[in-house]
Write a protein that binds this ligand. Structure first.
Ligand code: SF4
Length: 749
């Protein structure tokens, strides 16, 4: 363990012990060998159950210790194949946000004076039906939309998608996975034929070269970083990132490319590998299509020609090519630094191409691997019924609509023939009056969506906004006409699918406060109220919905019809898809599995496609007035997205900065006479904010960085989406920075 890890753990331990007492110290000190007999009998839980964490896509398992009233503590599961006894601060503190004083415990309705006041559930349901139904009567289903989330169990996503679309008749639905994973979905679908991240976490430990692109794994996915630290092969850890992140500092090699110079850079890298014949021609010939055209395209990008735009010298790019060439098991990993760009899908596909042309896929320690963000982004990708029809099907395919209709026993004519509008289009349509009723479930759009002022205009124009969440204090709930109180993680059951496609169970370990209900029950109540309850009558419990999920997956590339149910998932430590009935009949599911070991891809030809494009200029260049590039991203491992939950924990607040800040380089700070801790004005063409200056070598001169966790970030960002995935480009816009003046502070009040 490094000194900094030890200090970090000590800080965490003392904070957790202060709050939870000595039991926590014992758990922290010996998480791998925790025995209940070692703690005082008075502190013994009466029983322990197991549940998958509800924050990030790593999908750690937590042993939740229960007494009569419900959960009293938790510790990481030691034998779960994902986290192997580890958890990050958010996981350790997962129970705390559930006890927050601002939990919403009754439905709330905005009254004539603009206040949100408590009402009963029957009144709330009546208002929902009257207002949403009224809009549908007057303007049709085209005027209704929902925005869902990657934070609820898959069973709830499926029931929401089915009830909202087929039952209530909403034509449009999307989710916050559009903000993080849409690019990976588009890239995989086009290149592999199915949205199929191919890896298993065991690959982190099997690679001898890991290339991490736009991924600050140390803080974004700390347990996955721990898996790399367990790699016994003394791997080269290559980070490609404009910032000198915590991960870049810990890596063996850091290539600090200039923001959004990635596509030409990776094309030049591919060209270097091809030119030197450091590619796997047998694999290319047998398992890919489009190589000749790809090679001809990337021939236009050389190490020399991209050196100036990328900031990486030609010999450095060649050194990276050689590292990849010398590796026996090379894996490429990416997250938001790739996904949140103006040409993100093509950048993701350039990494897929690097993996394909070198034959680094389908074997242990290899792959073109997108790491997901939210705990159930992968569930959303398959079963939210938003951009695709359930099980990775298409709304526009009549045969696939018929399949879904038969499996779910709903009339096929109730299934829309198009996916409907994407997230950005829904907000645009709200602004123009096309979408009039919006239902937001477990996401905080008003904080997280790009370019706040645009989002404000959209919300201002809505006729009716419903927010369904744990708290009425989120920026989005504060704008709602109606708030529906929802149970959170730990207060309901279901399943999540993690980044490595592992399906795990999350359980109810405490009662939701007041009248808060599981989202599943709210959806079912609304179905009844709209008179379509009978259509979904088969779903009495979340596990009934899981049975439908299995049926919807049968025969698809993600087929997990061989999974028996929750009890088996619980007993086996989760199961990765695919797990077909035939496989289950012959020895059962494997503990670890990766895709494409046979070199066959789910495209019509069975071959992976090499996809490329002409790089495009950034939508907003820096200039004399706005000379800095603004980057956004995660700030720490103790903060989650808009901090809706993590800000409720005193422990987590102490492990991060509560005051919004901007990072800038020592060179720029000296030139602008800005000192560490100064209040500064950060301004884009959309507006300005006042933040605390943090002077650090983590950012290069000419760049500044603001964590996404603070509402200030999106007052500056520019509304641009990747044309293929429609994922927002949060990672690049032009700003200027100066000392804040008293009038700036006053304007921010
Ligand atoms: Fe694991 Fe992610 Fe939960 Fe942390 S937040 S405990 S890394 S699943």
């Amino acid at each position: 363990m490094s000194d900094s890890s030890a200090t970090w753990l000590q800080t965490l331990e003392s904070l957790l012990v202060q709050r939870n007492g000595p039991l926590t110290r014992e758990l922290l000190r010996e998480p791998g060998r925790f025995g209940l007999g070692q703690v005082p009998a008075s502190r013994l839980p009466t029983r322990t159950t197991r549940s998958v964490c509800g924050y990030c896509s790593t999908g750690c398992s937590l042993d939740v210790h229960l007494q009569d009233e419900g959960a009293v503590g938790l510790s990481p599961s030691t034998d779960y194949p994902v986290n192997l006894g580890m958890a990050c601060p958010k996981g350790w503190e997962a129970l705390t946000p559930l006890e927050a004083h601002d939990r919403v415990t009754t439905p709330l309705l905005r009254n004539d004076t603009g206040e949100l006041v408590p009402i009963s559930w029957p009144e709330a349901i009546e208002v929902f039906v009257e207002r949403m139904g009224g809009i549908r009567e007057r303007h049709g289903g085209d005027a209704l939309a929902f925005l869902s989330t990657g934070q609820i169990p898959t069973e709830e996503m499926l029931s929401l998608g089915a009830i909202a679309r087929f039952g209530i008749g909403m034509h449009h639905g999307d989710g916050n996975t559009r903000q993080c994973m849409a690019t990976a979905v588009s890239a995989y679908k086009e290149s592999f034929g199915f949205d199929a991240p191919p890896y298993s976490y065991a690959d982190f430990e099997a690679s001898d070269v890991l290339v991490l692109v736009g991924s600050n794994l140390c803080i974004a996915h700390p347990i996955l970083w721990e898996r790399i630290c367990r790699n016994p092969h003394d791997p080269r850890i290559v980070v490609v990132d404009p910032r000198r992140t915590e991960t870049a500092v810990a890596a063996t090699d850091h290539f600090a490319i200039r923001p959004r110079s990635d596509l030409p850079f990776f094309y030049a890298l591919a060209n270097e590998l091809i030119t030197r014949d450091w590619i796997d021609r047998d694999f290319i010939e047998a398992h890919t299509e489009g190589f000749e055209a790809f090679a001809a395209h990337v021939a236009g990008f050389t190490a020399e020609s991209v050196a100036e735009t990328s900031g990486i010298a030609a010999e450095e790019l060649r050194r990276l090519a050689e590292l990849i060439h010398r590796g026996e098991r090379v894996s490429f990993w990416w997250t938001m630094g790739v996904n949140q760009g103006h040409e993100a899908t093509r950048v993701a596909q350039s990494l897929i191409a690097l993996s394909l042309i070198t034959g680094q896929i389908g074997r242990p320690g290899t792959g073109a691997n997108s790491i997901t963000g939210q705990c159930n982004a992968m569930g959303s990708r398959l079963f939210s019924g938003t951009s695709s029809l359930f099980g990775g099907r298409s709304f526009s395919d009549p045969n696939e609509r018929q399949e879904v209709a038969e499996i779910l026993n709903v009339p096929v004519e109730r299934i829309q023939t198009q996916a409907g509008l994407a997230y950005d289009q829904i907000l645009d349509a709200a602004e123009t009056g096309r979408v009039r009723g919006l239902w937001v479930i477990a996401t905080n759009t008003a904080h997280s969506w790009i370019e706040r002022s645009r989002m404000d205009r959209a919300f201002d124009a809505l006729e009716f906004l419903v927010v369904q969440d744990l708290y009425a204090t989120t920026e989005t709930a504060q704008r709602a006409d109606l708030v529906l109180p929802a149970a959170g993680w730990g207060e309901k059951e279901g399943s999540f699918i993690n980044s490595e496609r592992r399906i795990g169970v999350t359980k109810k370990v405490r009662r939701a406060p007041g009248q808060a209900l599981a989202d599943f029950h709210i959806f079912r109540l609304l179905a009844e109220a709209f008179g379509v309850g009978a259509m979904f009558d088969r779903w009495k419990t979340p596990e009934d919905v899981f049975a439908s999920m299995k049926a919807l997956s049968r025969g698809r590339f993600c087929d997990f019809s061989g999974i028996e149910g929750y009890a088996q998932l619980d007993a086996t430590g989760g199961i990765q898809w695919p797990c077909t009935e035939a496989e289950a009949a012959h020895g059962g599911p494997e503990r670890e599995r990766r895709l494409f070991e046979d070199g066959v891809f789910p495209t019509p030809s069975g071959r992976a496609r090499l996809v490329f494009d002409t790089p495009r200029d950034v939508p907003e260049s820096t200039d004399a007035r706005y000379p800095f590039v603004l980057l956004t991203g995660r700030g720490s491992s103790s903060q989650w997205h808009t901090q809706t939950r993590t800000a409720k924990s005193a422990v987590l607040r102490k492990l991060s900065r509560t005051e919004p800040y901007v990072e800038l380089s020592p060179d720029d700070a000296a030139r602008l006479e800005i000192g560490a801790g100064d209040r500064v004005r950060l301004e884009s063409r959309r507006g300005f904010v006042v933040l605390r200056a943090m002077v650090t070598t983590a950012v290069a001169p000419g760049q500044v960085f603001v964590p996404m966790h603070y509402v200030e970030a999106n007052r500056l960002t520019l509304h641009v989406v990747d044309p293929h995935s429609r994922q927002p480009a949060y990672k690049h816009c032009a700003v200027r920075i100066s000392q804040a003046q008293p009038r700036d502070e006053a304007a921010q009040m």
